[in-house]
Design a protein around this ligand. Structure first.
Ligand code: BDP
Length: 653
């Protein structure tokens, strides 16, 4: 069995003790009705004598007077929007479409009793992004190195096990509820690295995709599929997968027609091409616009979209050749293609120029492609942020990305790599649930405050939380991303992780490898010179004034200093500390803060279910151990390189 995560029955208490009327028809409205019925049944109250909650589609006829009044004032709600008001003892949710009714219902659940108190003036809610998507890096076959879920830290896949569809529809349905309750409306059901079995999901294994789509549809979630660019060759037996070849174009058209015959509301394709060994258009001398447009054209008749990933770089670099810079790659490949993509091709860009490090600047690609539809990809699965063994609440980082001024308004969709598996707590670390929840809420409203979102998650997950529990959770989670940043690689330099697994420190693990992920530490200094003046020129990929801010040693923010500059250990930061002393101080502080986090969790004993308590406790033990390991290795490494002692005289090994 599995935990109810942020939808335990108690979260529906306020709803369950009401008499509710639902107006409207259709599958999603039926879902709303069944949610209401379930809440009423669980409360055992049978609801009040007269209705005090109206949930209505704005097209429903006739509407009760209260809802008709809201309709008269609500304005355009859109297919997923809703209006909420409370007047004369009746709360009204009026939705522009069935999905909006579902989101309105979950909003009432979030509000709890406060939805039924004093009068509330009419407020309208509409999602910022039309698509709010999670990508599952789930394999159908167990991959010999990556396992069932690539970079998965929460057990097996909820969709696939050992080469087949798991068939556990109850679990998939429960997952759909969780996603809908935080506003997510699309998933990709398989890994972007498409191996032989996964490729066949497009053809003879399409029935499994249909089963997932059918199960998630009642929660307003559309299913997308990762496909291999080589499909016409590997599945269709064609001699080529050249995007301009007529045979290839017809193959994709026919394959896509079959997909839509089977799954009429299929979302579209997700493609990782010419990246880390995946096939792509480069093999045929074609551009990535040619590649993306091929699939976009096949999908267009059905309203489908292709998400084409911008994560394209050379992973076989010569580390001795300092002229290449992996950070530049996505921009160099894609910025010249701006304006060449079809309307239903969406370029999916990782939020940073490298690869989901705990601290990176925002990718310059996002500001460079005004004539292209863009999605920003975040990583909920904690590949580089503690692998769901460490508590690391990522929403504050994501908020910073979303608020970065040059990219605001430049992209229209958010995607997260999923952190979910078949673990009873869904995410391995129970507190990692908050990352998935927060992702959905930020995709709905990027301006939402990450700490308020955390409160929402706390209230839903541990209904009516005692104040000490709320405080302990905030003490542990609010600053956990910055704490993680403190005890791992310093000042934005990244990648001091163990190669392959990406867990734990290995200070030089990637330094002399082909992956393009270097820190260049020597006896004099550390950091990557990405300036135009003397370095790789990466700073020039940003618009002004950011290109100048990052170029300038004086103006570059401390936390990104080593991402953009190679500096001596004695370089003085804006904070007043030297780089070397900052490294020592933050690593001692980060490890201490991890220990404090563990101490605070003791306050939650008896206030959360015992298995949740124990699981979090175990993981905090590991976090404390691992943070000390990071501290000791990073500090010892820089002490030995630099020979500079710690000003505080603390022990460095
Ligand atoms: C990297 C992961 C790798 C993924 C790749 C990607 O290490 O497993 O396949 O990203 O995003 O972070 O395609």
């Amino acid at each position: 069995m599995w935990h109810a995560a942020w939808l335990p029955p108690e979260a529906f208490r306020a709803l369950g003790s009401r008499r509710t009327v639902v107006h409207g028809d259709g599958a999603l409205v039926d879902t709303v009705r069944s949610e209401v019925d379930r809440a009423v049944a669980a409360s055992g109250s049978g609801g009040g004598p007269t209705y005090d909650l109206v949930l209505a589609l704005d097209t429903a006829e006739p509407l009760p007077a209260e809802a008709a009044a809201v309709r008269a004032e609500a304005g355009e709600l859109g297919p997923e929007g809703f209006a909420l008001a409370r007047r004369e003892g009746v709360t009204v949710v009026l939705a522009g479409g069935p999905a909006g009714l579902l989101y309105g219902l979950f909003h009432v659940v979030r509000l709890g009793e406060s939805a039924f108190g004093a009068d509330r003036p009419i407020e309208t809610h509409r999602p910022w992004a039309a698509r709010r998507m999670v990508d599952h890096w789930d394999n159908v076959d167990v991959h010999p190195v990556m396992g069932q879920v690539e970079r998965g830290y929460a057990g097996g896949s909820i969709f696939w096990a050992d080469g087949a569809f798991r068939g556990d529809r109850d679990r998939i349905r429960a997952y759909g509820r969780l996603l809908a309750a935080c506003g997510i409306n699309a998933i990709a059901a398989n890994n972007v690295n498409v191996h032989a079995t996964e490729a066949r999901l497009l053809t003879d294994r399409l029935g499994d995709v249909k089963a997932i789509a059918d199960t998630l549809r009642p929660y307003g979630i559309r299913v997308h599929l990762s496909v291999t660019f080589a499909a016409p060759a590997v599945l269709g037996g064609l001699p080529t997968a050249d995007p301009l070849d007529e045979g290839v174009r017809s193959w994709w058209a026919a394959a896509t027609r079959r997909v839509y015959e089977t799954i009429p509301d299929f979302g579209g394709y997700l493609v990782k091409a010419d990246s880390e060994g995946q096939p792509g258009p480069f093999a045929y001398g074609r551009s990535h616009a040619d590649g993306a447009n091929l699939l976009a054209d096949a999908l267009a008749p059905y309203g489908g979209v292709v998400h084409w990933r911008a994560f394209v770089y050379n992973h076989r670099q010569d580390w001795r050749d300092r002229s290449t810079d992996r950070a530049r790659a996505a921009y160099d490949h894609f910025a010249p293609l701006d304006g060449l993509f079809r309307d239903n091709a969406i370029l999916q860009v990782k939020h940073g120029p490298m690869d989901f490090q705990p601290r990176e600047p925002v990718s310059p690609v996002i500001a460079a492609m005004p004539a292209t539809r863009l999605a920003v990809e975040l990583q909920a699965t904690q590949e580089y942020t503690g692998q769901q063994l460490h508590a690391c609440y990522l929403a504050p980082m994501w908020s910073e990305v979303l608020a970065f001024e040059p990219v605001e308004g430049r992209f229209a969709e958010l995607v997260a790599v999923s952190n979910v598996g078949d673990d009873p707590f869904w995410t391995g670390h129970p507190l990692a649930q908050a990352n998935l929840y927060a992702f959905g809420r930020l995709a709905w409203d990027p301006d939402a405050d990450p700490l308020s979102i955390l409160d929402e998650w706390i209230d839903l997950t541990f209904p009516e939380p005692p104040e000490p529990l709320r405080q302990a959770l905030h003490a542990i989670m609010d600053g956990s991303w910055r704490t993680y940043e403190r005890y791992t690689s310093p000042l934005g330099v990244g990648f001091m992780v163990r190669p392959g697994s990406h867990y734990g420190p290995d200070v030089d693990g990637y330094e002399y490898t082909p992956w393009g992920t270097y820190h260049f530490a020597d006896r004099d200094g550390v950091g990557v010179d990405r300036t135009r003046a003397t370095g790789t020129g990466f700073t020039g990929q940003y618009p002004a004034p950011w290109s100048d801010v990052y170029e300038s040693l004086d103006r570059c923010p401390d936390e990104l200093l080593l991402f953009f500059h190679h500096v001596p250990y004695g370089h003085v930061l804006h904070s007043g500390s030297t780089v070397i002393q900052h490294i020592y101080d933050t690593h001692f502080a980060g490890a201490e803060q991890a220990a404090e986090m563990r101490a605070r969790w003791a306050e939650a004993a008896g206030l959360v279910p015992a298995d949740v308590y124990d699981r979090v406790r175990e993981r905090l033990d590991e976090q404390v151990r691992s943070a000390q390991e990071w501290r000791d290795q990073v500090n010892a490494y820089f002490f030995r390189k630099s020979g500079v002692p710690d000003a505080e005289g603390r022990r460095i090994y």
